[in-house]
Design a binder for this molecule. Structure first.
Ligand code: GLN
Length: 384
């Protein structure tokens, strides 16, 4: 059997969701919305099934979805994209991340990643024989450690893997930070893979900036989005990659090996979704912001230190002031079993083979109805 997969633990998201079900806890662990996405998109998908959209679509994605991805790039980020050669549709951002790294790296290549990091990045890099070079961001503001990043980029660096808005920190990389990264990329001839699944989930006045939109970066950047996040349909698993044509062709080849195509009815619905007006995307982030504010205030009232959150579905809270005797894994278990609220221990987002990260931080997902967040907060007030 494959040694790396044998050693890989089951994802913390599934583990904590199962524990939440077992204890009838309010699940603010795994990041999935508890409301349905737009009803009109469900109708488009259902109608497409009935219309006989049920055979293999084109490998790179339905032309109408590729066109919609290209025009969304222009509308939201000012990036000009050729839908015929620069867009590939994948089974969620999860496949897009793997396919993009497959497209770029050869065994032995180094890829810079930022810790804390999303749980698929390191195992995928290692399966590809790449060498991950973690650069650690530090709480409470997780700002870019420029000297450390500069030291991590060298002649063996193939790419920088960047997630903004960032899971689990809620950090949104600033334009200045992205310009610094872009400068290093140009100087060292390095690519970037940008996981931007939360691109529409930022909270004013903070706005998402796509690294790909900075001068000279389009030729070196693979940008990833997800309908799961932008349309609150995480089960649909429709992702999209924007990349310069030579790289998009390689991402398409990786996609050919991994899954080949994506359900055509869902692609059609996502194409309609991407053409929604600005009010839809604004309302999405405003409703998320309301839940974030209820949760943040409730966590403070319960005695946690709450870290800043400018984007994504997630906020991090420090339980150190509560005087709990144990690490974040023990705390999250106890919180689920005794208080009936589930979160994710932030240590799960660090390289298990690297230096230990923070041990008193919990990630809470607020992509839930306000009454659900309010109930979680009510339960948490019993913590002290
Ligand atoms: N991305 C989601 C999260 O961070 C969950 C995805 C998953 O369960 N694999 O919670």
């Amino acid at each position: 059997a494959n040694a790396m997969l044998s050693a890989l633990p089951t994802t913390i998201f599934s583990v904590m969701s199962a524990l939440a079900v077992e204890h009838d806890a309010v699940n603010l662990g795994q990041g999935f919305p508890d409301t349905e996405g737009p009803a009109d998109l469900v109708e488009v998908a259902a109608a497409a099934l009935r219309d006989g959209r049920n055979q293999y679509p084109p490998l790179a994605g339905l032309p109408e979805l590729r066109a919609a991805v290209a025009s969304a790039n222009l509308r939201f980020c000012g990036i000009e994209v050729d839908p015929a050669t620069e867009v590939v549709v994948t089974c969620g951002a999860t496949e897009a991340i793997t396919a993009s790294l497959m497209a770029l790296v050869n065994p032995g290549d180094e890829v810079v990643v930022f810790e804390p990091l999303y749980d698929t990045y390191l195992p995928v890099l290692r399966m590809l024989g790449a060498v991950a070079r973690p650069v650690r961001l530090l709480p409470p503001d997780w700002s870019l450690p420029r000297a450390e990043l500069e030291a991590a980029v060298g002649p063996r660096t193939k790419a920088i893997l960047l997630n903004t808005p960032m899971n689990p920190t809620g950090k949104v990389f600033t334009r200045e930070e992205l310009e610094f990264i872009a400068g290093l990329m140009a100087r060292h001839d390095v690519y970037a893979v940008c996981d931007e699944v939360y691109e529409h989930l930022t909270f004013a006045p903070v706005r998402h900036v796509a690294l790909m939109s900075l001068p000279g970066m389009k030729a070196r950047t693979i940008r990833i989005g997800s309908a799961g996040k932008s349309f609150s349909m995480t089960g649909w698993k429709v992702g999209y990659v924007t990349a310069p044509a030579p790289l998009a062709a390689l991402v398409a080849k990786a996609h050919q090996l991994l899954t080949f195509t994506v359900a055509p009815n869902l692609q059609r619905a996502v194409a309609v979704g991407l053409e929604k007006d600005g009010a839809y995307f604004q309302q999405l982030s405003e409703s998320m912001r309301r839940s974030r504010d209820i949760l943040t205030q409730g966590l403070r009232d319960a005695g946690f230190d709450v870290l800043p959150c400018d984007g994504s579905y997630f906020v991090i809270a420090d339980f150190a002031p509560l005087g709990f005797d144990g690490d974040d894994v023990a705390f999250c278990r106890a919180m689920t079993c005794t208080l009936g609220v589930t979160g994710i221990p932030v240590s799960a987002f660090y390289d298990p083979d690297g230096a230990p990260g923070p041990r008193t931080l919990v990630r809470f997902a607020f992509c839930k109805r306000p009454e659900v967040v309010t109930e979680a907060v009510r339960r948490l007030r019993r913590v002290g």
